[in-house]
Design a binder for this molecule. Structure first.
Ligand SMILES: NC(=O)c1ccc[n+]([C@@H]2O[C@H](COP(=O)([O-])OP(=O)(O)OC[C@H]3O[C@@H](n4cnc5c(N)ncnc54)[C@H](OP(=O)(O)O)[C@@H]3O)[C@@H](O)[C@H]2O)c1
Length: 275
């Protein structure tokens, strides 16, 4: 029997890059994959390929920049799948300039932090029922991040890198806070996938993209750490850890600061409560 037969996993950002490879690999291992993307068209080629090869997957259309969209997608998942064995919060952006979502949040904060926070909160019951695994795709960039508590939305000075770093720091802090709050009911870990040649760098100058594409790991290789955390038996009870690819690594000190993480949790609750 296939390794993940009978298991249901959700992967965000399944239409491209590392997320697409993660969704493909988990489906090939036998899981039923909920392939989340902004549009059906984005994941249809993957769904067609998986169906042709006898694997099981369905599209989950969800715009992570919209809290309403996240809520409606999560509710449909919870109604249809009482047990969710893994949630891979993979989707993320590196934004070149400051834009604001329809909900009024800076885009990176909305997609990289609020969306995975809300999605996870709304899927807690199916995750608990399966003693599921939450895998949050962070970045090594978080290790140099700073929480700008006074201006989390970067209204007074936007820098693409610092905004990305803060978003990944926040996601890593939330991962450990979730691990603490849900100890014994589910697991939550975060990781840095490596430097991977994907569309994440679409806003970078052409010559940098040229070298990235030439020298960096492929998306298939980049997906391996999250595939492992989401499915390998040896990670069944591992929780509250951060990995640089496969190596457990000490995260940013704020990730281990319970008061800071609880403060951030409350802020995210407040930012998402009107969804
Ligand atoms: N590549 C690297 O070197 C690297 C390093 C460290 C961490 N990471 C992290 O790895 C994760 C995957 O990134 P990637 O490298 O595979 O980049 P990517 O190819 O740009 O993939 C990002 C995915 O996120 C999705 N996404 C973006 N905004 C969305 C929205 N509003 N609603 C729904 N989906 C949305 C994209 O969908 P569309 O296809 O529709 O745009 C895409 O599927 C990200 O969290 C990234 O921060 C990557």
């Amino acid at each position: 029997m296939a390794e993940l037969q009978g298991k249901v996993v959700l992967v965000t950002g399944a239409g491209a890059g590392i997320g697409r490879e993660t969704a493909r690999a988990l489906a090939r291992k036998g899981a039923h994959v909920l392939a989340a993307a902004r549009s059906q068209e984005r994941v249809q080629p993957l769904l067609d390929e998986l169906a042709r090869d006898g694997h099981s997957a369905e599209a989950l259309v969800m715009d992570l920049a919209s809290l309403k969209s996240v809520r409606s997608a999560a509710e449909s998942v919870a109604a249809k799948h009482p047990r969710l064995h893994a949630l891979v919060n993979n989707a993320g952006i590196w934004s070149g300039k400051r834009t604001v979502t329809a909900d009024g949040y800076e885009h990176t904060w909305a997609v990289n932090v609020l969306a995975p926070f809300l999605l996870t909160e709304l899927l807690l019951e199916p995750l608990r029922s399966a003693k599921g695994r939450v895998v949050n795709v962070s970045s090594r960039e978080h290790e140099n991040g700073r929480m700008n508590w006074a201006d989390l939305q970067h209204e007074k000075g936007f820098g693409a890198r610092k905004v990305y770093q803060q978003s990944k720091l926040a996601l890593t802090m939330l991962t450990n806070e979730l691990a603490r709050r849900e100890e014994g009911r589910l697991t939550a870990n975060s990781l840095h996938p490596g430097i991977i040649a994907t569309e994440l760098f679409r806003n970078f100058p052409g010559f940098i993209r040229f070298w990235i594409n030439l020298l960096m790991r492929t998306p298939e290789d980049g997906a391996q750490p999250q595939i492992k955390l989401a499915s390998a038996p040896e990670f069944e009870s591992v929780t509250g850890r951060y990995y640089r690819r496969f190596k457990e690594t000490k995260p940013h000190e704020l990730v281990l600061d319970k008061a800071a993480a609880a403060r951030l949790w409350d802020i995210c609750r407040e930012h998402t409560c009107k969804a």
